[in-house]
Ligand binder design. Structure first.
Ligand code: KIV
Length: 273
């Protein structure tokens, strides 16, 4: 039996997350992209659901997160919103909808909030996108930052290896975290950085720091649902803990169904009208 503790808070807000950090209570976050999965995850007691642009990989089969469009993100986010009663739902602004143009960034964020009805948006980067962050926040839209490995910049970095191992990059990351906090972001995702650096950021920064591949001394953790359930098989970074092998379970069930259809065993009389 699961030991997961579902707090009796009826709706998670950005203020609840801030209180959780103050109390030292860890924040749980997972991705979801469709109604059925979001319904299960929400009912399980997750604190935050991220409609990540990782939908580009796990839902659409693209190699990177770059191709997914704003309309596609709104479609995924709307499906998730129809399922969720309790979790805070945050939606990624996809590549090309906020960089270098803060007016476009605001329009993109407004479309997500208006058309999907989500609770906030997530945006990758630090000082280079701070104008966009300021503008989105000025419209009263909650913003979650994302630093460290930022997959939308994969073509700039060239690899998905651990970021900010060198002092210069680590210092820039800390500066960016301060900038995002000062601007008014409600939380920051820190992806694939050394645990010691993540710890320092979580201690210095007053808003919640949610890690993925950032060690255990942060305020919460996020994983991609397809990875932690073992639906994806070809992605095995060190930080990933697989809680299930759903790929094998689904394969077994599909094969049993094929066998029953081929042998004429399905449907039987009780399954017929
Ligand atoms: O798109 C995504 O799923 C993400 C998480 C990995 C944090 O940004």
């Amino acid at each position: 039996m699961s030991t997961a503790k579902k707090s009796n808070i009826s709706r998670i807000t950005t203020h609840v997350l801030q209180e959780m950090k103050l109390k030292g209570e860890k924040i749980s976050m997972l991705t979801a992209y469709d109604y059925s999965m979001a319904k299960i995850i929400d009912a399980s007691g997750i604190d935050v659901i991220l409609v990540g642009d990782s939908a580009s990989n796990v839902m659409a089969g693209h190699e990177t997160t770059l191709p997914i469009t704003l309309n596609e993100m709104i479609y995924h986010a709307s499906s998730v919103m129809r399922a969720v009663d309790r979790a805070l739902v945050v939606v990624d602004l996809p590549f090309g909808t906020y960089q270098g143009n803060s007016k476009e960034a605001l329009n993109s964020a407004i479309r997500i909030m208006k058309e999907a009805g989500s609770n906030g948006i997530k945006i990758e980067g630090g000082h280079e996108i701070i104008e966009s962050v300021d503008r989105i926040l000025s419209a009263g839209i909650p913003v979650m930052g994302h630093l460290g490995l930022t997959p939308q910049s994969i073509h700039k970095f060239g690899t998905y290896t651990v970021r900010a191992r060198q002092e210069e990059e680590a210092e820039k990351l800390i500066e960016d975290a301060h900038l995002l906090e000062k601007a008014g972001c409600f939380a920051i995702v820190l992806e694939k950085v050394p645990a010691e650096l993540a710890k320092k950021v979580a201690e210095e920064i007053k808003i919640p720091i949610i890690g993925i591949g950032a060690g255990n001394h942060v305020d919460g953790q996020v994983l991609v649902i397809h990875d932690m359930l073992g639906i994806t098989q070809d992605f095995s970074p060190r930080f990933l803990r697989r809680y299930h092998n759903l790929n094998a379970e689904i394969t077994g069930s599909v094969q049993a169904y094929i066998d029953d259809v081929k042998s004429g065993e399905f449907p039987n009389e009780r399954e017929s009208y």
